[in-house]
Ligand binder design. Structure first.
Ligand code: DQA
Length: 153
């Protein structure tokens, strides 16, 4: 049985490539989604990507993921720093969610240092550009023992 992964992108990430490329990189969102899809093509993974600029629509996508997804890779954009509704949705769905940021939010303005979501996520990946999505997917694959890594010793 294929495992489902929701690749979810929050506000302003539809502008990737054009938006502050010195911070967020040159790749467009569609290129990132395609690269992540290519990356998982060797595995039995049903990967579906979605983006919204609206907090409620992101909550809806997380709820809908209960019906088909086993894990979520989520860049919540600025809602990371503000959204109790997204925090509650992540807690509610009882799926592993990995928070991803293209930039190293901890090295930027103080208001980006705090994530309301990280505490209810499996983990956070920040500062590796679009490659962070690959790292996050690999973390889920390892969790599901579909990808092996270095032994514990
Ligand atoms: C971001 C970091 C957020 O602080 C910012 O609001 C974004 C993008 C990132 O990927 O680095 O929109 O999530």
């Amino acid at each position: 049985m294929a495992k489902g992964i929701l690749l979810l992108h929050g506000p302003n990430l539809n502008l990737l490539g054009a938006r502050q490329p010195e911070i967020y990189g040159q790749k467009r969102l569609s290129d990132i989604d395609a690269a992540v899809k290519r990356h998982v093509s060797a595995y039995a993974i049903d990967l579906r990507a979605a983006q919204s600029n609206h907090e409620g629509a992101l909550v809806d996508s997380l709820h809908a993921a209960r019906d088909w997804a086993d894990g979520v890779v989520f860049n919540p954009g600025a809602y990371t720093h503000t959204s109790l509704a997204l925090r509650d949705a992540i807690s509610a769905i009882e799926r592993p969610v990995i928070e991803v940021h293209l930039s190293n939010v901890h090295g930027r303005e103080a208001f980006r240092h705090k994530s309301l979501l990280a505490g209810v996520c499996l983990g956070q990946i920040a500062g590796f550009g679009w490659h962070g999505y690959i790292l996050a997917v690999d973390a889920l694959l390892r969790r599901w023992a579909m990808l092996s890594g270095p032994s514990e010793e």
